[in-house]
Design a protein around this ligand. Structure first.
Ligand SMILES: C[S@@+](CC[C@H](N)C(=O)[O-])C[C@H]1O[C@@H](n2cnc3c(N)ncnc32)[C@H](O)[C@@H]1O
Ligand SMILES: Nc1nc2[nH]cc(C(=O)O)c2c(=O)[nH]1
Ligand code: SF4
Ligand SMILES: [Mg+2]
Length: 248
């Protein structure tokens, strides 16, 4: 038994990031993270006493519930409140969901009925935890964390190990880029992906400004995309689209 987990929130919305934008997802946002990206739009304490559930999608009619939550009760909350069969996937996000693999191993077999299964949104730094959960996952959205954007050194070796494991499943890579991101960082990202499987798609996600972080200029974004396209066949620029619609 994992003894339950601390959540931040659960809601149903359209996927706002990456190649699945627009597809309907249920988001389970777990608390706690092993990184501190300066641009993070969801920083939170690791053990919040309460979490919120949006009862009716888009209505902001939150109910507040106590942490920690057991796997069986979270699975029941999902099936009681949402029509799982109308959703593309259940997204595990955070924080860093792979900090909670014992809990997720209990939870994921209890969640069924979506069209494509379980999507993991991860910072790509915990390869052993990913390996232990791989059988329960369907799609992996892996970030590569560039120092120019996060303010922390890029963990290249760990990212490479992580992507080698993730490549056993459907996977794409997202990279948040800022005004400081360099062509050499993007080239190194392209080479890393190429070394595992050049068919893996790379998404450049311009940072959404806030908290002093500045979005990259348009010409810079296009130059960085060209740089990646010299190495990989599939490179898209997709900003966070849910923000444009005021969606969660
Ligand atoms: C909040 S994180 C949670 C999952 C995991 N910890 C990670 O970083 O991938 C979800 C996604 O939001 C992205 N993100 C967070 N803040 C952002 C911002 N200000 N602009 C653009 N993307 C952002 C992250 O890079 C990540 O791809
Ligand atoms: N609509 C919407 N799409 C998302 N895709 C990834 C998100 C995340 O925070 O992980 C996210 C989010 O917070 N909202
Ligand atoms: S890894 Fe994800 S949740 Fe953690 S600080 Fe960075 S963006 Fe935020
Ligand atoms: Mg988000």
């Amino acid at each position: 038994m994992s003894g339950g987990v601390h959540l931040q929130e659960v809601f149903s919305s359209v996927q706002g990031e990456g190649p699945l934008v627009g597809c309907r997802h249920i988001f389970i946002r777990l608390a706690g993270c092993n990184l501190k990206c300066v641009y993070c739009d969801t920083p939170v304490e690791p053990f919040p006493p309460l979490w919120r559930l949006e009862k009716n999608p888009g209505r902001r009619d939150f109910i507040t519930l106590n942490n920690p939550v057991e796997a069986a009760s979270l699975a029941a909350v999902l099936s009681d409140h949402y029509q799982l069969n109308l959703h593309h996937a259940v997204s595990l996000t955070g924080g860093e969901p792979l900090l909670h693999t014992p809990f997720l191993k209990q939870l994921l077999p209890l969640i069924g009925g979506t069209r494509a299964g379980i999507l993991l949104e991860t910072n790509g730094t915990l390869p052993d935890q990913l390996a232990s959960l791989l059988d329960s996952l369907d799609i992996i959205s892996m970030d590569i964390k560039l120092a120019s954007a996060t303010g922390q050194p890029t963990p290249w070796a760990v990212h490479k190990k992580f992507l080698a494991v993730a490549a056993q499943k459907q996977v794409y890579v997202k990279v948040v880029i800022s005004e400081h991101t360099t062509e050499s960082e993007i080239e190194q990202t392209g080479r890393l992906i190429e070394s595992i499987n050049p068919q893996i798609e790379l998404i450049l996600q311009p940072v959404s400004a806030g908290g002093g972080v500045v979005a990259p200029a348009v010409d810079k974004v296009l130059r960085l995309q060209e740089c990646a396209l010299k190495i990989l066949p599939g490179v898209r620029v997709i900003p966070q689209t849910h923000l444009m619609m005021g969606q969660l």
